[in-house]
Design a protein around this ligand. Structure first.
Ligand code: PLP
Length: 357
């Protein structure tokens, strides 16, 4: 079966097999990783190796601290302003869809948050070009969402933010292609797309941005505290951290993010080309900003949605139903989706269009 689900997790099959094989007895310790003390030599090695592999994959320099936190990407919507805004700070946000909106709504509880640009008028089908952004040079940071998971909208550029730290929600694009981390003040990614199980969130923060949290910031949300304690201020999500480590190893075996990007580009290109070339299907996104990871599409007749999904299910093409706020279909094609899965989907779509078009 091929799982086109947007989340909670789509892990590469070899990773799941390895986790199964190691489940009861990790390397002769007689313990599952789940049962190990997070302070044990074994687990500390698992944790450090995972961080090292991530650093290597994403090209993260020593100027940055990597944190393995909890509460998913959504908890970062509050954690970021609490840590970076300062007492009466201001921050600019770009609104490109549902995830940007959630980040903006949460940050607005903590400071002077301005929407510097929005593509709402287009129905979030495009990314506002940076020339049109109204950003403030004295903002504490500039936040954007490189890939809108629900809308299927992805930036093809990294915004210029001058001296203002750039903050990015990379939940659904992290590790899908190469990235110049040095352009960012802070990157965060809910793990459940290209990294590991849900709940875990990876934060990559430039070291000079640590230690600025407001006094009322909950301890568990204070980057400085989490950094000083090696992401083990409390009991970390050990098993998720371990699984993320297995995913990083798998990614390295695939040739890293460059190799992944080549496959991801091919997968997305062939799916969009098929959709564009077939009157029966449509994708509303400005072609320049179509997501490599999440491909929403509609059928010519909504009344056929149920039939389409049932037939897909029978062929092992799972979870193609679009997000409830958008309708239609959505194929999420993260790193773990093999190219053969996209080929199988296109094959099914072509047959379905022929039969019902
Ligand atoms: N940001 C983006 C871009 C997402 O796609 C998601 C979840 O799909 C989130 C944030 C929220 O993540 P979480 O469920 O881990 O809080």
């Amino acid at each position: 079966a091929y799982n086109f689900c947007a989340g909670p997790a789509t892990l590469p099959e070899p990773v799941l097999r390895q986790a199964r094989d190691e489940m009861l007895d990790w390397r002769g310790t007689g313990m599952s990783v789940m049962e190990m003390s997070h302070r044990s030599d074994e687990f500390v090695e698992i944790a450090e190796t995972a961080e090292q592999d991530l650093r290597e994959l994403a090209g993260i320099s020593d100027d940055y601290t990597v944190l393995f936190m909890q509460g998913g990407a959504s908890s970062q919507f509050a954690t970021i302003p609490l840590n970076l805004l300062g007492e009466n700070g201001r921050a600019d946000y770009v609104n490109t869809g549902i995830w940007s909106e959630k980040a903006i709504a949460e940050a607005s509880r903590y400071g002077d948050i301005q929407v510097a640009a929005s593509s709402e008028a287009s129905g979030f089908t495009t990314v506002p070009l940076q020339e049109t952004w109204n950003t403030r040079p004295d903002a504490a940071y500039l936040h954007y969402t490189p890939n809108e998971t629900i809308g299927g909208l992805e930036y093809d550029f990294i915004p210029e933010s001058g001296n203002v730290p750039l903050v990015a929600d990379m939940s659904s694009t992290m590790l899908s292609r190469p990235l110049d981390v040095s352009r960012f003040g802070l990157i965060y990614a809910g793990a459940q797309k290209n990294i590991g199980p849900s709940g875990l969130v990876v934060v990559i923060i430039r070291k000079d941005l640590l230690g600025k949290a407001r006094s009322e910031t909950p301890t568990m949300m204070n980057y400085q505290v989490i950094a000083e304690n090696g992401s083990m201020y409390n009991t970390p999500a050990t098993y998720s951290w371990y699984l993320a480590g297995l995913v990083f190893k798998w990614l390295k075996e695939q040739g890293g993010v460059d190799a992944m990007a080549a496959v991801n580009r091919r997968k997305a290109t062939k799916l969009y080309e098929f959709i564009d070339g077939n009157d029966f299907y449509a994708n509303p996104i400005d072609p320049r900003f179509r997501s490599w990871m999440n491909v929403p599409f509609t059928l010519a007749d909504d009344a056929l949605n149920g039939t389409f999904l049932k037939g897909a299910d029978e062929r092992g093409l799972l979870n193609l139903k679009g997000h409830r706020s958008v309708g239609g279909m959505r194929a999420s094609i993260y790193n773990a989706m093999p190219e053969a899965g996209v080929d199988a989907l296109i094959d099914y779509m072509a047959g379905f269009a022929k039969e019902h078009g």
